[in-house]
Design a protein around this ligand. Structure first.
Ligand SMILES: [Zn+2]
Length: 95
């Protein structure tokens, strides 16, 4: 049994009614996966098929990641946010 780690950004959180149970609701979370580089339609389709086979019906655990600055400890929601901060706040002062 292997556990794969997928990274993504939560883009949607919604409430949905459970099938056949009018007063019963659950939470739906939509995650957009982070991929290395761009892919075309065919590559996307292939990956979607694979992920459907591997993930649909599986239990997953969600955990929010915080990107911490190694110099001052500030936390950021994304790698990009941390990069921008590093550039702006910790620019090298050497000539
Ligand atoms: Zn910092």
């Amino acid at each position: 049994m292997s556990s794969k780690r997928l990274r993504g950004v939560v883009r949607e959180i919604g409430l949905e009614r459970e099938e056949g149970r009018f007063h019963s609701f659950r939470i739906r979370v939509g995650v957009v996966l982070k991929m290395e580089g761009a892919m075309n339609y065919e590559e996307g389709e292939r990956l979607v098929k694979r992920l459907r086979r591997e993930l649909l019906g599986r239990e997953v655990e969600l955990e929010a990641l915080i990107y911490r600055c190694p110099l001052c400890g500030r936390g950021f929601n994304s790698e990009m946010g941390l990069k921008v901060h590093m550039k702006r706040s910790h620019k090298e002062t050497n000539p």
